[in-house]
Design a binder for this molecule. Structure first.
Ligand code: IVH
Length: 723
């Protein structure tokens, strides 16, 4: 991520490290000269480190830095007695890694669920009423505001001073971009009369005019131009050199907050007004809506103004105004229940479908991909689109019903492409009138294009899969890419590109081999990462350090990284929370192989785990047990975050039955889980408490028979302190 060309230019002629007498051959050095030389190197390397990492003002190039450090190491090897306590060799591991520092968010940075049409918005509002047990006509106010198409930023103020700024990252940890944020005029550095601790969140973006001017400047200087304002804003904020950020006109809208030492206001609208008072720019199109009709009107109004706003927006965000109600609604995995993004319809464009390629994924699925004549769709050049599966291409849905009036898609067709947000573009329509006569229907191959194994389509599956398993190079490499992906191991410096290169040369062929890379291709080995194209001493060391850092991995990430079919990020999180530790989970997967076992019943009773996912999990654990165990043995798998332990229901298993009158079932369940309890769907010997409302039937009888504590709604409310 370092901007090497910039470093090179800025430094020309500044360093005086290569004059002949200073670089005397090591073999010529006597002890006194060696001691002096080691002192000089320690000093200059320390200066270079500070200049690079702390001041963002490097004084030498990477190559020079590496050469000096190597010289230091060679002298030390010849005169081990002279190794200094502050030797640069000893500091290698401690040097900050390339790129930005990390900041752990005091409160998770959330994303938003999406609504694509009015019905989704109606469902959102009704869902909230149900959750809160509110009647249809109970008044409920929502705020509505543009959804800015930029990147989110969290600003932390302590005692009214900006102390750091972090990008969203994965929501838990972001990148420290404080130096860059300080260059943005709309971000105040000091606040008067602010709460002692105040985290302000909002969107960094670039206006259309500033974007056009920046691209013109870049083009003139033969620099990189940006595809759209969002990319330009991201590229500018994520600059290691704050001077570059300063020269790029970024803006900031505040729309949310993180940690607070005291509440800003009792409502969303009040809090936004307070942020404006404190000196933040808030969006002038912010409205309060008292009815669903008002929400949809505001949406239409903002959509109509979209083209003239002067900056990109991609929808309207609705938030429940009452913060106490927001609090009751709480969160799903990564999105709040009290807010939603009503997206604008996707952008579209017509182009020619030049061919249909087959990609083989990590689970062996053969996915047809449209190769398109490049076309700009909503400011982004699109050259491929997903075609889902062979039925979709043939013009049928998964139930055999016609889609696109049954028209199939062929190479050579004119197709209409659309994209919404960052998702992979899709094909919306085809133009039969422009179909070339030579176009022939698409035939899905029945062998894998990567390994030649038969590709089979199981009954009931819409997807054809390669049966080659790990002998299929595509499956193996895709699994590795998944393993290192952002929501899985997320190893800095080891992305899809690097995995492909290591895989091609046979250096990394299994996840396990990532963790033995240093032993096989590190210092002292005949073939070394640092000698590969695109790598150097420093980047290789950074890679090994980044790999080491990920030897400790949270359970949820580890489960997700295994790449088991049907086990996505959310399911992996649920499994981790349920089982808590790796040994417990692993043992459960062994015991549950028997479909009659209690372990199997427990697995399928987890909310969100259906029979399909359960089968897939068990099949993976059966087939790959040895590999999984060997991998786990190289790692320190961290237990899932302990649930709250200081509540009267922590660690207990609860079952709800009958009607709850003062709290919806969904809210009761969310509350119980937030307080550290498990909520099960049926009564068993493991149940601790049954909460029975009016109309409770067989569950109450069974609980009584098992001697389980049965309480009513009032007792439940008293138990959770809501009585
Ligand atoms: S509220 C409570 N309000 O959209 C959740 N987000 O798709 C915090 N965004 O990550 C987000 N404009 O980067 C909120 N007016 C707005 C927004 C907004 C843009 C972004 C934000 C978020 C993403 C979710």
């Amino acid at each position: 991520m370092r901007n090497r060309s910039y470093r090179g230019k800025a430094l020309a002629g500044k360093t005086q490290i290569d004059s002949a007498d200073q670089m005397r051959a090591i073999s010529d050095l006597d002890e006194a000269a060696a001691r002096a030389e080691l002192a000089r190197l320690a000093d200059i390397l320390a200066q270079a480190n500070t200049a690079y990492h702390a001041d963002d003002a490097p004084i030498m190039s990477d190559a020079e830095f590496d050469a000096l450090r190597q010289r230091n190491a060679m002298i030390e090897a010849r005169f081990p007695a002279l190794i200094r306590p502050d030797s640069p060799s000893a500091q290698i591991g401690a040097a900050p890694s390339d790129g930005f520092g990390k900041i752990s968010h005091a409160k998770r940075m959330l994303s938003l669920a999406n609504a694509f049409d009015d019905t989704d918005v109606v469902d959102f509002v009704n869902g909230i009423r149900r959750f809160l047990s509110l009647s249809e006509d109970a008044p409920l106010t929502f705020t509505a505001e543009p959804k800015i198409d930029g990147l989110s930023l969290s600003l932390r103020y302590e005692g009214g001073k900006l102390i750091h700024a972090a990008t969203r990252g994965d929501g838990e940890t972001g990148e420290d971009v404080t130096a860059n944020a300080r260059t943005i005029a709309e971000i105040p550095q000091v606040l008067a009369h602010a709460p002692e601790v105040l985290e302000v969140r909002g969107e960094v973006y670039m206006s259309h005019d500033d974007f056009a001017a920046l691209n013109a400047r870049q083009a003139q200087a033969a620099g990189k131009t940006f595809a759209n304002p969002r990319n330009a804003a991201a590229g500018s904020l994520r600059q290691l050199d704050a001077a570059i950020t300063r020269a790029r006109p970024l803006r900031f809208f505040a729309y949310a907050w993180g940690e607070l030492s005291e509440p800003l206001a009792p409502t969303q609208s009040g809090a936004i007004a307070r942020l404006a008072q404190l000196g933040f720019t808030t969006n002038p199109r912010f409205r309060c809506c008292r009815t669903l009709a008002e929400m949809l009107e505001t949406y239409a109004q903002i959509a109509a103004e979209r083209a003239t706003l002067g900056y990109d927006i991609d929808g309207v965000v609705y938030k429940l105004d009452d913060l106490a109600l927001q609090d009751r609604l709480g969160l799903r995995a990564t999105t709040p229940r009290w807010a939603i993004a009503h997206k604008f319809p996707a952008e579209r464009a017509w182009t020619v479908l030049e061919g249909i390629d087959i990609q083989v994924g990590r689970t062996g699925a053969l996915s047809p991909v449209a190769r398109l004549k490049p076309v700009t769709v909503g400011g982004v050049v699109v050259s491929n689109a997903t075609l889902h599966n062979e039925d979709y291409i043939a013009g049928r849905d998964s139930r055999g019903q016609p889609i696109r009036d049954g028209r199939d898609i062929r190479a050579g067709d004119w197709v209409e492409v659309y994209r919404a947000g960052d998702v992979i573009p899709k094909i919306r329509d085809i133009d039969l009138a422009r179909r070339p006569e030579s176009a022939t229907p698409f035939q899905m191959p029945d062998t894998c294009p990567e390994c030649g194994s038969p590709a089979l389509r199981e009954p009931g599956d819409s997807v054809r899969r390669c049966t080659g398993g790990m002998i299929c190079p595509a499956q193996a490499v895709e699994r590795l890419k998944h393993f290192v992906s952002r929501a899985a191991f997320d190893i800095e410096g080891l992305g899809a590109k690097q995995i492909e290169a290591f895989w091609r040369d046979g250096w990394i062929t299994t996840p396990q081999e990532i963790f033995t890379l240093q032993d096989r291709f590190g210092p002292g080995q005949p073939r070394q990462v640092k000698n590969r194209e695109g790598w150097g001493e420093k980047s290789a060391q950074n890679l090994f350090a980044a790999i080491d850092e990920k030897r400790s991995i949270p359970l949820a990430r580890f489960i997700f990284a295994l790449g088991i079919r049907h086990v996505g990020e959310t399911s992996a999180g649920m499994l981790a929370t349920h089982y808590g530790t790796w040994p417990t989970f692993q043992q459960a997967m062994t015991e549950a192989q028997d479909a009659e076992s209690a372990a199997y019943a427990e697995l399928t009773a987890i909310d969100g785990v259906g029979p399909v996912m359960a089968q897939s999990l068990l099949a993976s654990f059966q087939a790959e047990r040895t590999e999984i165990d060997a991998l786990a043995a190289l790692l320190n798998i961290l237990p899932a975050k302990a649930r709250a332990t200081d509540s009267p229901i922590a660690g207990k298993t609860l079952v709800f039955t009958g009607t709850l009158e003062r709290m919806s079932r969904a809210e009761a369940k969310a509350r119980a889980e937030a307080m550290g309890a498990k909520v099960a769907g049926s009564v068993s010997a493991k149940t601790d408490i049954l909460i029975a409302g009016p109309g409770a039937g067989s569950k109450a009888t069974k609980a009584a028979a098992l001697g389980i504590e049965v309480i009513d709604e009032d007792a439940w409310l008293a138990m959770i302190g809501a009585g």
